[in-house]
Design a protein around this ligand. Structure first.
Ligand code: PLP
Length: 412
């Protein structure tokens, strides 16, 4: 990958703060955005801002845009049709609305499984829906050694009473990737549905909802170089079969029946541009399909991200004061995203992120709503962890500067 060409497309990466380029290692909280996304959003608002269903050019353009956005996301996720792509404000709002609809027929005695690896968007939504119905909720533990899900524990919780399993594709805190295909197979064996949170995974690897056979999968465009738009894929039978809470006169056809109010059309213009941006990282000729180009692009970004992970793990090992939570094995780089959860002996995470922030190195501290994970790791009352989150636009040079600053911080 030609990182210079890539980085030049991101205004945020080209800016200078007191003569210094900021280093963005906050990707899991929200990625930076290429100029093409900014231009697409501003062009929509500048020339075509309208609503759906009017008899004039800008409304026609808006309908076209919405269809284009659904098709772009269908290509990104390998959904069988664009009618299986639902948009909303963000992943959390969509997941609350899906949990309301899916839980309508739950009864006392039914069970739901959530996990300790998940962001609480994919926990509280199901827990609260379950509470309303007197349904039992159980949480799968993580293996503390590498922060992957404990699949033996998961198997022990599954039964014919299980209605739904809510699980994250990858931890937004430690970067550990879960074996979703296997988790889905196991759930389906007992007749349970699976709702996958792919928010953290989506910017790092190609998703294939058909290969996973998941029932629902949610993601959020602001984590994959786009604007703030939430996305849910659902199997057609489910999108048609479950009944969402909706405004009565609104048309009752998929996918629109799952979408409330007016969508952020400028956001959808940005979603198309973000997916096109990822596809543009491929070397395949323009004659290749968008899905083929996305697949090729993700193979390239994954290879680069694995090199970043290799470097970070090597450098972390030099600091006895640092504890890493998650996969540390250099032979298992493919099983993680380049997201690293760290604690520093005797030092609050906030102190580390503040020091780095003073040097325009953006890293997060806290629990990132991964409450179950931080509780199980025993860091919840200690300010959580410091999270270093790399994206494909980050460089080894940036990471080297990060570790220079960490060394300086620890020397104080
Ligand atoms: C793994 C994960 N799931 C869900 C969410 C919530 O997404 P949204 O902000 O779109 O509601 C986040 C946000 O940080 C996340 O990291």
């Amino acid at each position: 990958m030609d990182l210079n060409t890539i980085r030049r497309q991101f205004p945020a990466l080209m800016q200078s703060l007191n003569g210094q380029a900021p280093i963005f290692l906050d990707g899991p909280g929200g990625s930076q955005v290429p100029q093409s996304v900014l231009s697409a959003m501003s062009a929509y608002l500048g020339y075509f801002n309208a609503n759906l269903g009017g008899a004039f050019f800008s409304s026609h353009k808006t309908v076209e845009l919405m269809n284009g956005a659904r098709q772009a996301v269908a290509d990104l996720l390998n959904a069988p049709s664009k009618e299986q792509i639902v948009f909303g404000a963000n992943m959390t709002s969509l997941t609350f609305s899906f949990s309301r609809a899916i839980s309508r027929n739950w009864q006392a005695g039914d069970e739901v499984i959530v996990t300790n690896a998940d962001h609480y968007s994919n926990v509280s939504s199901w827990r609260q829906a379950a509470e309303d119905k007197g349904v039992k909720v159980q949480a799968v533990r993580i293996n503390e050694a590498d922060c992957t899900l404990d699949l033996e524990h998961y198997a022990s919780l599954l039964s014919t009473k299980t209605k739904l399993v809510a699980v994250t594709y990858a931890s937004n805190t430690t970067g550990s990737i879960n074996d979703i295909k296997r988790i889905v197979e196991m759930a389906h064996q007992v007749g349970a549905l699976v709702y996958v949170d792919a928010v953290h995974y989506a910017p790092h690897e190609l998703i294939d909802v058909q290969a996973l056979d998941c029932d629902f999968l949610a993601c959020s465009a602001y984590k994959f170089f786009g604007p703030h738009v939430g996305i849910v894929y659902g199997k057609k039978a489910h999108l048609e079969g479950f009944t969402p809470y909706k405004v009565e006169p609104a048309k009752d056809v998929i996918p629109g029946r799952w979408e409330t109010g007016t969508q952020s059309f400028e956001g959808l213009a940005g979603v198309i541009a973000a997916i096109e941006y990822i596809a543009s990282l491929s070397d395949l000729p323009k004659t290749a399909t968008r899905r083929e180009r996305l697949s090729d692009a993700f193979a390239k970004t994954k290879a680069h991200e694995m090199a970043l992970s290799e470097y970070v793990l090597k450098r972390i090992a030099e600091f006895p004061e640092i504890t890493l939570y998650g996969i540390a094995d250099q032979m298992r780089l493919a099983e993680r995203t380049p997201t690293f959860a760290l604690t520093f002996a005797g030092i609050e995470p906030r102190k580390v992120s503040e020091f780095l922030g003073e040097h325009h190195i953006c890293v997060w501290d806290g629990n990132f709503y991964a409450q179950g994970l931080c509780e199980q790791l025993g860091v919840i009352d200690k300010g959580g962890v410091v999270r270093i989150g790399c994206m494909h636009y980050n460089t080894i040079d940036e990471l080297s500067t990060l570790f220079d600053r960490i060394e300086q911080f620890l020397a104080r």
